[in-house]
Design a protein around this ligand. Structure first.
Ligand code: AMP
Length: 399
């Protein structure tokens, strides 16, 4: 079964084509600058030359038709004909409280996702556009929705209700939803596999540390707590997002600087985090280079980031009454031994001990704790696309 996985951002589109007999990657690619000048597609078919196509792409539908042409290109494509694609799995960020798992996309599901636009105004519209474009370009194909929020729908009420007047939960759906669910689900299940332990009888803390970052507590295969909230702004300090802070700062700053809602939102989401603290960059590599050269604010940004991850690990161990495994994943989690080491430093009291030699690794499944570490610490590269393809296959097979 060949499955096309689509992940549409506001001006970008990532895709993978996978042969699910053996979970083999057939092709992958990225379209950038959709709707802007200089739009381009980078396509890579396994075993063939990489291809860059620069052509105007006004919207996601145009971008997808360029992608489908590249996939079926006689010389550099992965397939001869679109009929070789059996189903399409779509990443959709927000499904509110409506779905706790992946689903076949029907008209009712589309309507439900449209209703969630209010909850994810930046993410859901391009995701929905991607589904519509595939429906038009490959009319008979089965489309499956895989939601970032779904995995966290198992959280108990004490994890997801905010201490606000309860009526706002009822009126506006104001609650914690959590994000990166597909990634937390994939790496936690994979960690159990690597450790040869029973996923449904384990306490795991997963740290997805990328430009957006979140931590999740997974008990017996179910998410019971996560650091992102009503939106992906809560929790850790991120590339450009504040994470946790006193909510009174918002009204204080709006008053002092005479800010509109939009301007305040922009500060919280785009100008804060490690970028805001360091004044250097939102990219941890730049910040770490600056810190190495003696930039104190860059070092402060790193310290704030690390201590917050550490706090969540300890807090989630408390929430679950212990922890068997801590997992690091995503850009920084997969590639930065020094951050993993520093985050775990000081957690020896709860049975976490890093093996410096084993930890000196990037991007592959690895046990990085010492043999006598009570809690196992792992690096597991995330693979959201594979998870989406697996869900798609499972649902299609059950149809
Ligand atoms: P992601 O959002 O998962 O693509 O992760 C992107 C983030 O990972 C960026 O902030 C990168 O700076 C960070 N990152 C990638 N490689 C490294 C590295 N070797 N050391 C530190 N951070 C890294």
């Amino acid at each position: 079964m060949n499955i096309l996985v689509i992940n549409c951002g506001s001006s970008s589109l990532k895709y993978q084509l996978l042969d699910m007999n053996g979970e083999v990657l057939m092709a992958k690619g990225l379209v950038e600058r959709i709707g802007l000048e200089g739009a381009q597609l980078k396509n890579e078919t396994t075993g063939k030359e990489k291809e860059v196509i620069v052509t105007p792409m006004k919207n996601h539908k145009e971008a997808l038709s360029v992608v489908l042409r590249a996939l079926t290109d006689e010389k550099l494509g992965a397939i001869k004909d679109l009929s070789e694609i059996d189903a399409c799995g779509h990443r959709v960020v927000h499904a509110g409280e409506k779905f706790s798992g992946s689903v076949l996309i029907t008209d009712e599901v589309m309507a439900a996702l449209e209703e969630c636009i209010e909850l994810a105004p930046l993410h859901n519209p391009p995701n929905i556009t991607g589904v519509k474009a595939i429906q038009e370009l490959i009319p008979n194909i089965v489309n499956i929705g895989v939601f970032d929020t779904a995995f966290h729908q198992t959280m108990p009420k004490e994890s997801y209700i905010y201490p606000l007047p309860y009526e706002y939960y009822k009126k506006y759906g104001l609650r914690r939803y959590g994000f990166h669910g597909t990634s937390h689900r994939y790496v936690s299940a994979r960690a159990a596999e690597v450790l040869d332990m029973d996923y449904n009888n384990m306490k795991i803390i997963t740290c997805h540390l990328g430009n957006g970052a979140s931590v999740a507590a997974i008990k017996n295969g179910k998410s019971v707590a996560t650091s992102m909230g009503f939106t992906p702004l809560e929790g850790l300090a991120m590339g450009t997002r504040t994470g946790d802070m006193d909510p009174a700062i918002v009204t204080f700053l709006m008053g002092k600087e005479n800010l509109t809602i939009k301007e305040m939102d922009n500060i919280l989401n785009k100008k804060s985090g490690v970028l805001g603290i360091s004044g250097v960059s939102s990219d941890f590599r730049d910040i770490e280079n600056a810190a190495d050269e003696g930039n104190e604010r860059a070092q402060l940004a790193i310290d704030i980031f690390r201590v917050r991850v550490k706090k969540y690990i300890a807090a989630y161990a408390a929430v679950m009454g212990g922890v068997d495994a801590v997992v690091f994943t995503a850009g920084l989690g997969e590639n930065s031994p020094v951050d993993r080491k520093n985050i775990c430093d000081g957690l020896e009291f709860m049975g976490i001990k890093i093996d410096d030699e084993a930890n000196n690794v990037r991007g592959k499944d690895t046990l990085i704790s010492t043999k006598d570490s009570k809690v196992k610490v792992l690096l597991i590269p995330t693979n959201e696309e594979l998870m989406i393809a697996r869900d798609t296959k499972e649902i299609v097979e059950a149809l």
